[in-house]
Design a protein. Structure first.
Length: 257
């Protein structure tokens, strides 16, 4: 099983969009996938067509030790969702438990996801307790980056935060960087890609997700790109992204499952 946190302290980089479509791509490729919404805004459920926000979700698992199977929803073939829940924001203000607060999610999920090939965590745009729980529960992190300088600043801050977590992790966490909302005719996008390729040659994924209207339209109707425009370039890019993550895992000599 591979547990991947989609994470970046900067908002607007496309974490939920990538979680939604990457999760479905992996499921379409024949892998059992669970997606978990760790953002209190709870947009992941709506992205899959659940517009009436579920009142219970991962919040009850973390706060009240609820059985995760009681809040897990089957949303597509081979794909399940654990929504955010109405009280997820309260996790950020939890004072009891000391350093163990960052391991609540990992402990709650132990043993539950053994039949899943992938678990994807959609993280909030912050470096708070929810993001820490995702990192401690994950084996890998995927950091989306847009083609703008502020996005690079977000990447730098995120890498610094991950570095601070390292002494407290009992296993290495593999880091991936993915270019999202990429616009190749924009010079700035090309310059940022070149910088990333120079400084992070092993972490930067080859598959970029281009800026496209069809991707922006999908959440409003609760469909993934494979349901809305299956023959589009965007659908092909998300499938290639899934394939690349599968290939990189196989080729990697540093990743420890």
């Amino acid at each position: 099983m591979r547990r991947i946190a989609l994470i970046n302290q900067k908002g607007g980089v496309g974490k939920t969009t990538i979680t939604t479509n990457l999760g479905h791509a992996l499921a379409l490729a024949g892998h059992r996938v669970s997606v978990i919404d760790l953002d209190p805004q709870g947009q992941l459920a709506a992205s899959y067509g659940i517009f009436r926000t579920p009142s219970k979700g991962i919040d009850q698992v973390i706060l009240n030790d609820a059985d995760p199977s009681t809040v897990r929803l089957g949303i597509r073939d081979m794909l399940t969702l654990i929504p955010a829940g109405a009280k997820l924001q309260e996790v950020e203000y939890r004072q009891d438990g000391g350093a163990s607060r960052a391991r609540l999610l990992r402990q709650a999920l132990e043993g539950l996801m053994t039949n899943q090939a992938f678990v994807l965590f959609d993280c909030p745009p912050s470096s708070g307790l929810l993001a820490a729980n995702a990192v401690f529960a994950a084996d890998e992190v995927l950091i989306p980056v847009n083609g703008d300088p502020m996005s690079l600043n977000g990447l730098a801050k995120m890498l610094t935060t991950l570095k601070k977590f390292e002494p407290y992790l009992d296993r290495p966490v593999r880091e991936w960087i993915g270019l999202n909302r990429y616009f190749p005719r924009r010079r700035l996008c090309k310059e940022i890609e070149a910088k990333l390729r120079k400084h992070f040659p092993e972490q930067l994924l080859n598959t970029s997700i281009h800026e496209a209207v069809v991707i922006a339209e999908c959440p409003g109707i609760g469909r993934t790109i494979f349901e809305y425009k299956p023959s589009s370039r965007s659908a092909k890019e998300f499938m290639r992204l899934a394939e690349e993550l599968l290939e990189r895992h196989t080729e990697s000599t540093t990743y420890s499952p």
